[in-house]
Design a protein around this ligand. Structure first.
Ligand SMILES: Cc1cc2nc3c(=O)[nH]c(=O)nc-3n(C[C@H](O)[C@H](O)[C@H](O)COP(=O)(O)OP(=O)(O)OC[C@H]3O[C@@H](n4cnc5c(N)ncnc54)[C@H](O)[C@@H]3O)c2cc1C
Length: 388
């Protein structure tokens, strides 16, 4: 098989890149380890910045998002039972869109299928070859049969645990990482959200987040210990604990119900540098991870894809290497800004082990955030994604 760009991974980064390249007449094949159903079954991000909204429109798959997505003008932060609101629209003129990652993935998969662009699911033992040479290759097994794709470039969009980053010689890559000493226990339920806007909760019992996917589907999170077992959290225990962390009004309004998904996610900050190795380009979670507090993971994947798709179009159409040569540097500039914001929000709102001083600092910082217009504006700008 021969293509111009071989894309490893059919998550949001790989599918979006494939769709944008296809629209520009650039041949690409996506190779995915799992089945399409498995990829669609993963419950992850929900808040989308304008950059991602614009790219989904450019990819021709934005219509359902505009019809069903929820535009949020602001967010709420509850500190020890008292709710505060940050008005994104008033402070920055911008908003965010609430639309689930599973829906984005479905729209991208449907768009790709409608265009007849090839995605190879259930591809085992994916391996990258000659990434520094003029003709890189990707090999894999499908239905027990070995296959090979020859290409001009490889886009490593295969997430944190993928093979692309691991294919780079360790001496050529620098990794920066922080693993947080807590995780998020998430519950998805077909119940109306407790509020029209997300509520970030900082309480002495730990962080909580009231999020949503639609007017009838809610997503709630509780900060939990990394040693927790999801089986020891029956729905009732989850709802009881959430109520303890909420303010009175939210506690009153909360509609509980049977969970349709429950899982524990560890929290991690991670960046690898650079994001280009010869003809291999990393994008999305393959190159960086943020704790989900700032809702930046999916948005960063979209911004990498924006730079990479533009650079590949420049290469093929204008015969210019400038975009490809600057891809890593430009993407990393944005990545580190989002890493800073996600780290800051995480340390601001979570219960940190054994640290009375840190807790006092959190409260002082939150007080400053609500009282100072410049602090609120900086928060809002970062959340909606402006200063990139
Ligand atoms: C549990 C969890 C909760 C999250 N919650 C949020 C949130 O609330 N808000 C937010 O903004 N972000 C959240 N994120 C982050 C967000 O989901 C990711 O940033 C986003 O999925 C990145 O997209 P991606 O395409 O780069 O990677 P992924 O979505 O990880 O996709 C990578 C794809 O590559 C495939 N793959 C892996 N290895 C191989 C291989 N060897 N060969 C072929 N294919 C391979 C995988 O199966 C997968 O389909 C969360 C992440 C996790 C894990």
């Amino acid at each position: 098989m021969r293509t111009q760009v071989a894309i490893i991974g059919a998550g949001p980064a790989g599918l979006l890149l494939g769709q944008l390249l296809h629209k520009q007449g650039i041949d690409n094949v996506i190779v995915e380890r799992h089945t399409g159903e498995y990829v669609l079954g993963r419950i992850r991000a929900g808040v989308i910045e304008q950059v991602a909204v614009d790219l989904l429109d450019e990819a021709g798959v934005g219509s359902r998002m505009h019809a069903e997505g929820l535009v949020h003008d602001g967010t709420q932060i509850c500190v020890e039972g008292v709710r505060h609101r940050v008005d994104f629209k008033a402070l920055t003129g911008k908003t965010v869109m609430v639309y689930g990652q599973t829906e984005i993935t479905k729209d991208l998969m449907d768009g790709r299928a409608a265009e007849g662009a090839p995605t190879i699911y259930s591809a085992y033992d994916v391996a990258l070859h000659d990434i520094q040479g003029a003709r890189p290759r990707v090999t894999f097994r499908k239905n027990g049969v070995g296959q090979e794709i020859e290409c001009d470039f490889i886009a490593g969009c295969d997430g944190f645990h993928g093979i692309s980053r691991k294919s780079v010689p360790p001496s050529a890559i620098a990794n920066y990482e922080r693993v947080y000493p807590f995780g998020w226990l998430g519950l998805l339920s077909d119940t109306p959200p407790v509020s029209d806007e997300l509520i970030y909760v900082r309480s002495s019992l730990g962080f909580a987040l009231c999020s949503m996917r639609s007017p009838t589907r809610s997503r709630y999170y509780l900060q939990c210990s990394l040693a927790e077992d999801v089986d020891s959290w029956p729905d009732e225990r989850f709802w009881d604990e959430l109520k303890l962390r909420l303010d009175d009004e939210a506690r009153e309004r909360l509609v509980t119900g049977a969970s349709i998904e429950k899982s524990i996610a560890p929290l991690r900050s991670f960046v690898c540098e650079p994001m280009r190795f010869g003809r291999l380009f990393l994008a999305g979670d393959a190159a960086h991870i943020v704790p989900p507090t700032g809702a930046k993971g999916l948005n960063l994947a979209a911004s990498d894809v924006q730079y990479l798709s533009r650079a590949l179009v420049e290469h093929y159409r204008d015969k210019s290497e400038a975009g490809l040569d600057h891809y890593s540097e430009r993407a990393l500039l944005r990545v580190w800004k989002a890493e800073r914001f996600s780290w800051w929000m995480t340390t601001l709102l979570h219960r940190l082990p054994d640290s009375d001083f840190e807790q006092k600092m959190q409260l002082a910082e939150l007080d400053y955030l609500f009282r100072s217009k410049s602090a609120s504006t900086a928060f809002a700008e970062n959340y909606v994604g402006l200063p990139y």
